[in-house]
Design a protein around this ligand. Sequence first.
Ligand code: DAH
Length: 339
Amino acid sequence: MIEKIEKLMAEIEALQAANAEEAEALRIKYLSKKGEITALMNDFRSVPAEQKKEVGMRINQLKAAALDKINALKSQAAAGSQQCACIDLTRSPYPIHLGTRHPLTIVRNEIVDIFSRLGFTLAEGPEVEDDWHVYSSMNFADDHPARDMQDTFFIESHPDIILRSHTSSVQARVMEKNQPPIRVICPGRVYRNEAISARAHCFFHQVEGLYIDKNVSFTDLKQVLLLFAQEMFGPDTKIRLRPSYFPFTEPSAEMDISCHLCGGKGCSFCKHTGWVEILGCGMVDPAVLEAGGIDSTVYTGYAFGMGIERITNLKYQVKDLRMFSENDTRFLDEFVSAN
Ligand code: DAH
């Protein structure tokens, strides 16, 4: 009997279980009603009286050791399965993947930063606007084609409420609340009812600039835009202004910069002209000043507007506009900003 107990004790000490099921099988094998240790206890009756004390003690020790061992195997198995399910302790924490600023945000911040150094302050207006701020106050005639359903998104059942199609609407918002001197830069998202392709999107971003004071001239406009172009695209950048038309400015112009890819020599990017268009601008039309409650006999002003996607494309040569809104991290990770 003693020998049998010692043999079982050795067995118990060497037990191993790979998982909870194996540990439970061992409990059944040794400690259940028909288990080997239970059977030993049943045999206890036939042990001679003088050995009963020692055998009894040894059986109790064996049973306690078996219980301890099997419980330990069970909790080891449970801890192991928990670790596998939720944490991989072998995985290195590096490199930690940090997000990056969106390229349009980087360029927007750069534009705003350049103009704030010239004394422009930030102004914003709503994306869901009324016809007055987007068109009428900006001197668009009632039958101007830009109001057409093809360009403008209308809010259903409210023909007067639209998604703004340009940030020029913020000019009107600023004028109605402030008297000159006004010097603001207004970045924001705009919407146009266009089929989405590599070159057009139904929403994009613009930055509007407005400066109104006494004696503001076209020369002031030109000088500020030259400084902007050189800060944005490098000190050798040249600008040229071509006559154009916008309802809200008179005279109006479009501005080109010398192509910074070929230095103005001509390449496929600038269609071999040496110039690329970057913005629209002009002197604020007196009708716009009056609509904004500003006396056009006392004050003059200039305004300009540019597309942030356009400036970003010029800086980074993004060929497909859709990349900006697809949120593919392989694209976004290419842009690293200092702030
Ligand atoms: N609002 C014009 C557009 O969306 C851009 C623009 C042109 C804004 C000339 C201006 C400006 O302030 O003077 O195409």
